[in-house]
Design a protein around this ligand. Structure first.
Ligand SMILES: [Zn+2]
Length: 341
């Protein structure tokens, strides 16, 4: 089945499921659930990675959930799972601490949300991924030699190949020892010699922005100090990432953070060691990037999330689809994906 045909079939199925009531019946039969939506950047600009959602799309998601009275804070979502009341709840999470997250304050009142901050980036420069993307997309040199990463020389003049190249490069860089990541990205940046300057320090939230969000009810959580893949750090480094980010937030905000997000967040990016460290540091939840709905038996330190990037819930024609949004996040479309794989 071609990709286009699959998208059409999925959309048709979503429409049927949503408007026939099958989706609601499915939710009711499955008991309480908590869908944790994962956002990164709230902006209109093109993003080569599925990490941006336009503020207007975000506002629609919030509006749909408010219409159903299903939108809660992460804490209230956990309470919901522990009761025996049927039906779904949704929580909103935002990762890394981008300044564009302040767009959430344009909504009145702002929705409940949890923001996970990388403490070394507060008021600083972008995470390495966006520096890498900037270098490739604005490369002044036509060819980059990736031999130092065990890869080939690559031609970066064709923009159509950039998303795939970025994916390959990001995967390779993530496999490096955490302390070598920054220098590898610096090296690629130098080789690419981008013709445009890197967007400056204004891209990440500073303390004023973080405090403003907290004042408006946004819960501030931790996302380590430097965003390494924790499973690839040694014991001392893993402990340091958690304790430093905890104390930086505690000092900056006057309260101890209670919620944590694992960098990269796939099942292989963290383990029992991290769970124990978080528990000892007073955290009550930790979210992953593993795509799944949370149920009563979900481990609070292994909460699944659903990536709500902009294109995710769009119909084949390009418009935002409420039917896709609800049936993609009810679990009902999961079987279709599994069947296709
Ligand atoms: Zn992150």
């Amino acid at each position: 089945m071609t990709h286009e045909l699959f998208l059409l079939a999925k959309y048709g199925f979503a429409l049927m499921a949503h408007y026939s009531g099958a989706d609601s019946l499915y939710r009711w039969l499955c008991g309480p659930s908590l869908a944790v939506l994962m956002y990164h950047r709230l902006r209109d600009e093109y993003d080569p990675a599925p990490l941006s959602t336009s503020p207007s799309t975000f506002a629609r998601h919030v509006q749909w959930l408010r219409g159903k009275r299903w939108l809660v804070s992460l804490e209230d979502g956990r309470v919901h799972l522990s009761t025996h009341r049927r039906g779904p709840r949704y929580a909103i999470t935002l990762d890394d601490g981008y300044k564009d997250n302040l767009n959430i304050l344009a909504m009145s009142p702002p929705p409940p949300a949890t923001l996970y901050v990388v403490t070394s980036l507060i008021g600083g420069t972008l995470l390495w991924y966006y520096r890498l993307a900037h270098a490739i997309q604005n490369a002044g040199n036509p060819v980059i030699d990736l031999a130092f990463l065990g890869m080939d020389r690559v031609d970066v003049t064709n923009a159509a190949t950039h998303p795939q190249l970025l994916q390959r490069l990001a995967d390779r860089i993530k496999s490096l020892p955490p302390r070598e990541v920054e220098s590898a990205v610096d090296r690629i940046f130098e080789m690419a010699a981008p013709t445009e300057p890197l967007p400056g320090a204004g891209e990440m939230l500073g303390w004023d922005g973080i405090s403003e969000l907290q004042t408006h009810g946004i819960e501030i959580g931790a996302h380590t100090h430097t965003h390494p893949l924790l499973s690839q750090t040694d014991d001392a480094h893993a402990r340091e990432e958690i304790t430093v980010s905890t104390s930086v937030l505690r000092q900056g905000l006057g309260r101890r953070p209670r919620h944590f997000a694992y960098p990269n967040g796939r099942a292989q990016d963290f383990g029992q060691r991290e769970v124990e460290l978080l528990r000892a540091a007073g955290y009550v939840t930790a979210v992953t990037t593993v795509e799944r709905l949370n149920r009563a038996n979900t481990d609070p330190y292994r909460i699944g999330r659903i990536n709500a990037f902009d294109a995710r819930f769009r119909a084949p024609g390009g418009g935002l689809s409420k039917a896709l949004f609800f049936s993609e996040t009810s679990g009902l479309l999961g079987w279709l994906r599994q069947w296709r794989q």
